[in-house]
Ligand binder design. Structure first.
Ligand code: PEP
Ligand code: MN
Length: 335
């Protein structure tokens, strides 16, 4: 870490800065950067408050030389993380499609959708049971009963399943759930993330709608640093001025995350778009951009869905989308 000082820096201010840095137990040495005085910092920089450092009058610029997200960093861990659930490999270069309804509604609904998406090539089944809804009056999910129905669909189809957790106290219900989803709203629920760091089950972490890529990776770091190295990142759209879509899918986040981190990167075109007519096109774009997979909401009767019907595609549309995804994946594999 290099702190470049202003040419006209007040020596008293520089001394005050050095004193503050010493308080964080970092080694400070003077350096010359093209004729400008600089301070080189070494040691454990985790405790250093760089916003405070920047506020010193003598500071011109701060050049960070390492990633703040140590375990998520590809620089520190060049080998890609491959996660295996129920015979499905995630992050090994193949393209996985997670599909299913926003909410589990009944045995017939989840089992019917599971069979059709499996037939079309989905490898993992999704189904929300504990639902984080914007309105407290909206359907909140079937909770434990919903997880049981999802488990039944898993038994019948052999597909691994993913479902969202909103509160660590419901973790015992997730015994037969293969991947735990942390939704966008909980990306910075640090206490939840810390608890998930102490288990071994894979966690799919969604990016918050107003969070930067660095904040996203630091949230992943909460899970990784606790010991759970099975984290999947998922871009699901961020809030912008655009009103034609529910959110704006940050497609650039896909190659950026792949570059910065060794973790598998997914995208969720359903929550990004909020409208089913463009979900297939955006899912195909995510595949082309190098994602390890997508998560897509599929419903047999979108108009009557308990949640997110407008963005849910039908099994028939899903089947068509999969044909195109297979073609794009093939190109990715051969070039
Ligand atoms: C969901 O997957 O149904 C969900 C609530 O997603 P998000 O956290 O991206 O809004
Ligand atoms: Mn949903």
């Amino acid at each position: 870490m290099i702190i470049l000082l202003r040419n006209e820096a007040d020596p008293k201010n520089v001394s005050a800065l050095k004193e503050r840095l010493a308080g964080w137990n970092v080694k400070v040495s003077s350096a010359d950067v093209f004729g400008t005085e600089a301070l080189k910092l070494e040691g454990d920089l985790d405790k250093v408050d760089f916003s405070l450092v920047k506020s010193f009058d003598c500071v011109s610029t701060i050049t960070k030389t390492g990633d703040p997200f140590k375990f998520a960093s590809r620089r520190n861990y060049p080998e890609k993380t491959v996660i295996e659930v129920g015979g499905v490999k995630i992050g090994d270069g193949s393209f996985n499609v997670i599909a299913g309804p926003c909410s589990v509604e009944s045995d017939e609904q989840i089992c019917g959708i599971a069979a059709s998406v499996k037939e079309s090539g989905a490898t993992i089944l999704r189904g929300g049971a504990f639902k984080p809804r914007t309105s407290p009056y909206a359907f909140q999910g079937l909770k434990a009963r919903g997880i049981e129905m999802l488990s039944e669909a898993k038994k019948r189809t052999g597909m691994p399943v993913i479902s969202e957790i909103v509160d660590i106290s419901s973790l015992p219900y997730f015994e037969h759930v293969d991947i735990i989803q942390v939704g966008a709203r909980n990306m910075q629920n640090f206490e939840l993330l810390k608890e998930l760091g102490h288990i071994n089950k894979p966690v799919l972490l969604k990016r918050g709608p107003a969070n930067t890529i660095e904040e996203f990776l630091l949230s992943a770091e909460y899970i990784l640093s606790g010991g759970n190295r099975n984290v999947i990142l998922c871009e699901r759209g961020v809030r912008t001025f655009e009103s034609m879509t529910r959110n704006t899918l940050d497609i650039a986040a896909i190659p950026i995350l792949k570059k910065l981190s060794h973790l598998p990167v997914f995208a969720d075109p359903s929550h990004a778009c909020g409208r089913s007519d463009i979900v297939p096109a955006i899912a195909i774009a995510c595949c082309a951009a190098g994602a390890d997979g997508v998560m897509v909401e599929v419903h047999n009767d979108p108009v009557n869905a308990f949640s997110d019907g407008a963005q849910s595609i039908t099994p028939a549309a899903f089947s068509e989308m999969m044909k195109k995804i297979r073609a794009v994946s093939k190109i990715n594999e051969t070039v």
